[in-house]
Design a protein around this ligand. Sequence first.
Ligand code: SF4
Length: 360
Amino acid sequence: MGKIGIDEGISEKLRAWYEINKRSMPWRLTQEPYKIWLSEVILQQTQVVQGTPYFEKFISEFPTLKDLAEASEDKVLKLWQGLGYYSRARNLLYTARFIHFELMGVFPKTYFELLKLKGVGEYTAAAIASISYNEPVAVVDGNVIRVISRLFKIDEPFNSGKGKKLFNEAAYQILDKNQPAQHNQAMMELGSLVCRPQNPDCNNCPLAEHCLALKDKVVLNYPVKLKKTSSKKLYFNFVVPVLDDRKTLITKRTGNDIWKNMYTFPLYASEEEIKEMKFIPTIREDFGDFEVMKVSKIKHILSHRVIHATFYIIALKESGQSKKNNIFEVEINRLVEFYSLPRLITKFMESKDVSIYFIK
Ligand code: SF4
């Protein structure tokens, strides 16, 4: 990798392009750290188009950090529903409370102070420090990695230890230390709009004359990535009791896992598949006598896990009592509207099996 610095005009061209081509986004109208932080946390989960309504919902419910800090976890998880990675929503709330109650509402102002906050990693800390406080730190997200890997033809996988260091150094090399906010946002926007993963628009790229991958016609070979180990399989068996008055039984997840404090149907998880014949006696033990109405299967893919979910829709012969702890009755309509549900559960709720058996 050659040393390419701002003296070659990369940042200047980039920022000039950004001024003309940047998209209008609500968080670009402010430098307030609370809003920049919120937007970055949401955008780690989704694309701008899908993320914008979430940002607007959060800002409308919680216009200030204080409002978020004083919110209930149930409410925050409900607003977050659909974005996945619920630990991020919990960290968001934890950190809002920490800043409001422990730091007297004063948002940390430097990259290293920001990094100490729970749920704030290098990327988010760099974004807040540069955009809100103009600190000269380079943001390195997926878009920036793609641009840099192609510009400099970096053959080191970006997800290796050595690669990470190289990308950080390269990003810092081309950063205009006087205008880090504009520079960082321009890099991310270029990666998103022009230097796209599959069909980069090199003809309209302001950095084309600097781009080594374009020069050698190997743009799509970059970025290089280390292959991941295969995903872990999990088998989740849910019991979905159908009670009178369109009611069912649910449970609140209290363990320290990705669904902590969210709601699901009673769940039996295992690392091996449990065949129906073996599982039925367990249900009987916990819920008494019942009739199986339908067994519905859904495959749900997360970043490091594949969940094979089986939903046993059952009609209980007696009232909705269960020997399992932490189980309670809820109307099926209220479940969708008021409870924070993992995506896997909402997928199931959208299936026709639910409407057939719960809506008579
Ligand atoms: S020239 Fe093409 S590959 Fe190179 S940075 Fe621009 S869009 Fe990306």
